[in-house]
Ligand binder design. Structure first.
Ligand code: PRX
Length: 652
């Protein structure tokens, strides 16, 4: 936004170097090796990625060309064929990994299931048959709305196996949001569960799907996993129980090979307009990015038991629960429920119980653990941990230091990984055996990533100056387009700098320090980051104005100790409507219904008018300052009516 400047105030200097022990066992242990590989990856990307693709992926048919870059469209590994599920499963069969745990699952009530690679393969093959019998195959869209249970992983891999495109919808989204996503991609099949456990209660997933599919003409079948045993309606001819579909399906399945650029999944994410964007990822490049980054950033070893707390409904669950980890043959631990159920030490209990070695979580969770108190941590040994990761939002140095001392016992390197739904895999991160870390910095780019901090003309800014974070060259796991809206894809990501059609704009502000380390400041478009989840202000606003009492709404973020940002909305009411606490509650519930509880505003303020420019644009910068309780600074000469601001401040 033009009326915003990017300021970066953090001046953190502490450095934490990897220990000699960690370095000695690391997948990459020397800075010289990182520099050599990185230089090759950006100077001769085709040579570098050719070698990685041959080494890391199982091909059915070799590709002919590594990259075709016709900005802003990239195609990787042209002419090649592979099957992504085969790359995650079949490749491990007949090796020492066959009977190794692929998934260890713990449900919120405490039930545990371990699924080996052989068993996971068997489940995925069966479901692939079921899909094919239902007429779901290559290119068909399948919506997955499940709790964090093994069936979610099985469903994703079964889609990949038959070439269907999955779109996973986070369990916190409402019926309305499910409907919009299904209609946008025209899904044929929905996979859900009767319910999922969250804080001891059942989240009624099937009931939400029922409401959604009343208005989704393309959905033919709904497969329902029985998880909680709650009563659900099963519509004859449309709904089938997973278990019933299961019985009698054959257990082996010969996977077909698909083109490198065959679509793998669509994942909806928030942008700066009211309509979520269907980010499209394809097969070979995405998988390679996820696999290679998992190997180096998490320093994966055969004996690791890796725990990522992200839900499967987010990109982190896609890349760093499913594709990146299983293609590496790792053991992945997944947990269904809330981190404070039954008590705030659930994670630490599970780490000790299962001997987990790597924890990848979000700063918002770390801040919640800090608030719940050290005693919950100190009850547990945590001596199996060897590496910690952070993702989703900037981590404040205080939370970083707590993570380092309380959880990592000063022994575990921390990888603060910057990336996005659109990038598919980690772009900026320390390598744990190489990089000296500094609390709050994602440090250096990963292989193949040419990241720069630039001004409005795309000129690199001097060190320690804020600017826009851009990526200068294509990378294999980049999004290919937005589903059904290539024009928006071009406009959103590749049109920031006229005359530079190949420069990807991340939407984030950043700076590089004197050592070249990257510091991400946060979003500079109208997107908020609340508890590590992206929420578009326009989405919230359009949900609010769909309420009959609301005339206009503006949503802004306010710094929040726990959530990173909290959501504050300013609302003007239609004539005759009366502001009340009851109406506030109604509006919160309305946003919950339209989008999901993750988008419910923390603060609602009624206003007589909103500050606007003479051309009628809401001046969010001013609302942000008011929301934060500060003085209104900066230029207000473009403001149409200053009395609106005075009134808003007086109300505070
Ligand atoms: O603003 C950045 C922030 O999260 C955005 C991407 O959100 P999403 O697509 O939902 O993906 C989240 C998981 C990859 C980014 O544009 N972000 C993500 N990781 C970090 C971060 N900000 C600072 N530091 C990070 N490590």
């Amino acid at each position: 936004m033009a009326d915003q400047t990017i300021t970066s105030v953090s001046r953190e200097h502490r450095k934490f170097r990897p220990s000699a022990e960690f370095k000695a066992q690391a997948n990459l242990g020397s800075d010289a090796a990182y520099k050599r590989l990185y230089a090759e990856s950006v100077n001769s990307p085709e040579k570098f990625w050719d070698r990685q693709a041959k080494e890391h992926l199982v091909w059915r048919k070799p590709y002919k060309k590594v990259l075709d870059w016709n900005p802003p469209h990239a195609k990787w590994f042209l002419g090649g064929k592979l099957n992504v599920s085969e790359n995650c499963l079949d490749r491990h069969l007949g090796t020492h990994r066959e009977n190794k745990a692929a998934l260890i699952f713990e449900g919120e009530p405490g039930d545990v299931r371990t699924i080996t690679y052989k068993q996971l393969h068997f489940h995925v093959c069966r479901l692939a048959h079921i899909f094919e019998n239902m007429g779901v195959g290559a290119g068909d869209r399948v919506a997955i709305y499940l709790p964090m249970i093994p069936e979610a992983v099985i469903a994703m891999l079964a889609c990949a196996r038959v070439g269907a495109i999955h779109t996973v919808i986070f369990g916190g989204f409402s019926a309305e949001a499910i409907k919009d996503r299904i209609n946008d991609c025209k899904a044929k099949l929905v996979i859900t569960a009767d319910g999922g456990w969250r804080r001891g209660k059942v989240i009624e997933l099937k009931a939400n799907v029922d409401k959604a599919v009343e208005n989704t003409p393309t959905v033919q079948t709904v497969i329902v996993v029985k998880r909680c045993g709650n009563t659900v309606n099963m519509r004859e001819g449309r709904d089938v129980w997973w278990k019933e579909a299961w019985d009698g399906a054959p257990n082996s399945h010969k996977a077909k090979a698909f083109d490198s650029e065959h679509p793998l999944f669509i994942l909806y994410t928030s942008g700066s307009t009211g309509k979520p964007k269907g980010v499209l990822h394809t097969s070979a490049g995405y998988l390679l990015g996820a696999k290679l980054s998992s190997h180096y950033v998490f320093d994966l070893k055969e004996t690791d038991r890796y725990f990522c707390s992200a839900d499967i409904g987010w990109i982190t669950g896609h890349s760093y629960v499913v594709y990146g980890l299983l293609s590496n043959g790792s053991t992945v631990f997944i947990y269904e429920g809330a981190p404070n159920q039954p008590e705030p030490d659930r994670f630490w209990q599970m780490i000790d119980r299962h001997g987990l070695t790597i924890l990848y979580t979000a700063p918002t969770a770390i801040r919640a653990f800090m608030r719940w108190g050290d005693n919950y941590v100190l009850r547990h040994r945590l001596d199996s941990l060897r590496l910690l990761g952070s993702v989703g939002e900037p981590i404040n140095p205080e939370a970083w230091m707590w993570y380092h001392t309380m959880i990592g016992k000063k022994r575990c390197p921390i990888v603060d990984t910057w990336w996005q739904t659109e990038t598919g895999s980690i772009m900026i991160s320390p390598l744990p055996g190489v990089t000296a870390t500094t609390p709050g910095s994602g440090t250096r780019p990963f292989f193949g990533v040419v990241a720069k901090v630039v001004d409005d003309k795309c000129n690199e800014v001097p060190r320690n100056t804020g600017g826009k974070l851009v990526i200068m060259q294509p990378w294999p796991s980049m999004l290919r387009t937005l589903w059904g809206d290539d024009e928006r894809y071009q406009r959103q990501y590749f049109s920031e700098f006229p005359g530079k059609p190949g420069v990807y704009f991340t939407g984030d502000g950043a700076r590089q320090d004197k050592d070249g380390y990257f510091w991400i400041v946060g979003r500079i478009d109208d997107v908020l980051n609340v508890s590590g989840h992206r929420i578009g202000t326009a989405e919230i606003e359009s949900a609010l104005v769909s309420h009959p009492a609301v005339a206009e709404a503006a949503a802004v973020g306010r710094p929040d100790e726990l959530k990173g940002q909290s959501l504050c909305v300013f609302v003007t009411l239609k004539q005759g409507q009366v502001a009340s606490d009851e109406l506030k509650e109604q509006l919160r519930a309305h946003v919950g219904k339209e989008i999901g509880s993750l988008a419910k505003p923390d603060t609602i303020r009624f206003a007589a008018g909103l500050p606007k420019t003479r051309s009628g644009k809401i001046m969010r910068r001013i609302l942000k300052e008011i929301a934060a309780g500060g003085e209104v600074k900066g230029d207000t000469t473009t403001l149409e009516d200053f009395s609106v601001v005075a009134a808003l401040q007086a109300e505070d």
